[in-house]
Write a new protein. Sequence first.
Length: 478
Amino acid sequence: MAEPVRFPNIPLYEGWGAPNRVESDILGLELIAGELPQDLRGCLFRCGPDRQFPSLFKDDIFIDGEGMMHGWYFRDGQVDYKCRWVRNERFLLQEKARRSLFGRYRNRYTNDPSVAGKDQGTANTSAIWHGKKLLALKEDSLPMEVDPYTFEVKGYHNYNGKVNALSMTAHPKFDYAKNELLSFSYQAKGDATTDFLLHVVDASGDIVHQIAFHMPFPAMVHDFAVTDTHFVVPFFPIMTDMEVIKAGGPYYQWHQDKECHVAIVPRRGTADQIQWFKGPACSAGHMMNAFNEGSMLHLDLCLYEGNCFAFFPAYDGSEYKPCPPLLTRMTFDLHHPEAGFSKRVLGPMPSEMPQIDERFVGKPYRYGYTISFAPPRRVSQLGVWDHQTGELKLWNPGPDSSIQEPKFVPRGPGEGNGYLVMPVNRVAENRSDLAVLDAQNVEAGPIALFKMPIRVKASFHGMWVPAQTMQTGLYNFP
Ligand code: V55
Ligand code: FE
């Protein structure tokens, strides 16, 4: 007999954060405002965590939880929705046991002894389409291939054994012009290792170039950036201590007295060409974009002047100091790595989950799209940053509402010419909407708004895949 399922009363599980645990199929979402643009055909894939069963510990954290895949299929003039758990080894073991068997976030030393040596990956962070495969991503594991229409698990994708790593990031970057995927692996040989690999993956899904080196410390590397010519990899002082995790502690700790290190290297370069830039401790989860300007390289990121993860404590027990994510431009002079880097805050509105018109990944660009926190910060708005004018335009989704990460969908030639598609949290109604906006006129509100009778609790990241791409595997944006 299994124990009854009881979720603890913790703030994380209150209101919108309550575990959802429901798989859904909705054929034809209700269109409650506007019209669906005729040229918007394809699928928005997203992935996020939910809780299959109550955590083994009472202090669960936001980024843990079993992966749930979401798909909004824009087809036949309607939008269909599907969500399914990623039925990986962890999920199936727990399903059988009717309880959680895996412990603290990434800490295998806190797992139930019955699952020693089993795969603890959650596949809960993003979904991408590349090399004719739909992949559910989690930075501590290899990409998990799932069926694009049923989300049935097909197994880990190891690039024909060429990946040389136990894990790959959930934040790869697309170079649509070359149909290349740029990716990386950190702690690539296991817990607390400093092994790092950069990968160039071609259109067929083959790894064609790698750069292997060691991080300055066993860092968390959630995201990175690329320019047309270079990889840019920040190592912030959030790191893993083997002794701490063996004792059952947190997988990551914040080290305010260590420096951040940024590695910059040509995309087809070698480890001996890496240039290192250093600066005082700060951190970021997410990068907006990076680009070259002569010998200068600019990196735009949602920067915290402190610890970006409140739930990963300081190593010395010092108190967490709140700091807002501010969109910041870091500038590196490739002729003077010894000079470190400069920082310029691009605007006062705290913002996260930065997105761009991905046709401009690595290039000088004008527009950025974020979840922005205008006061009162309880709710969020869509932010559209214009780096040319310095202007920030906002769309307020309405009372007791907030948005999830907006994805840009190209419509025609020219940067910013496209749609923004995002789930909207109708918090008071405990359900979601799916909004489609014109990226060039967000203040007008949605051009199509679909009502969802259910709640899409949290999906971190995802991707828009045009209908044609799902047939050919290739991206061919205007
Ligand atoms: C993040 C998210 C993760 C993770 C590590 O947003 C960092 C940052 C959803 O999983 O495992
Ligand atoms: Fe992320």
